[in-house]
Design a protein around this ligand. Sequence first.
Ligand code: UDP
Length: 246
Amino acid sequence: MTDPAPDSAFGYRRVLLKVSGEALMGDGAYGIDPNMVDTIATDIAEVARSGVEVCLVIGGGNIFRGVAAAARGMDRAQGDYAGMLATVINALMVQNALERHGVPTRVMSAIHMSSVAEPYIRRRAVRHMEKGRVVIFAAGTGNPFFTTDTAAALRAAEMECNALLKGTQVDGVYSADPRKDPGATRYDRLTYLDVLAKDLHVMDAAAISLARENRLPIVVFNIHAPGAFPQVMRGEGLFTRIVEAN
Ligand code: UDP
């Protein structure tokens, strides 16, 4: 890694942004809202143009979740493979929106499907980013019983990213769900162990542990607020930072 990008207050030169499938639904209850995808793509384009290398992991929960299917009697592993395929649909939508903004992109899939995406090859992904392409990692880890949060921590570690940015529906990590509990307070900064010990539901424990082992800061912010991603990269606006020690 060379010098930090000048435009990034945290000095992040390469980041991974995790966008949940639900973030793509907008106000809908299922599927994809093209306006929301475009809002997110606008922000990603701005950050990529500022010189920061950006890669993405896109979830699939807006279309299919293995756990939910298993609760209805479906084989869990089979459901998880379906969930991973859902992330590929989302990745293609985000790729399309980014390319409309003139951002060169590559989708790399952990499940081979050579007609629509490149296979995930770590060194090739690094090369794409060095060339200024936004790499979209699709199909999670390629394994059932994992989540795309864990895939995000895994790929961020493999790509030697300076941070994992988790775009959520609220502007950081709260002591309780702020949409249900008006007394919930927002944390500016937490440790990985705080998140695990307080069971704060930011990301699953496997993802938090992987980030901790690799000293990968996690920055949680509201992906729905237009302009929030570039703002957070400048160290402005509201977010929660999760790091090793307070
Ligand atoms: N999934 C999986 N392995 C992975 C990543 C995802 O099996 O490495 C499946 C799992 O069924 C999951 C679904 O893909 O429920 C969609 O991913 P996720 O729930 O993480 O999406 P998000 O909540 O971010 O929208």
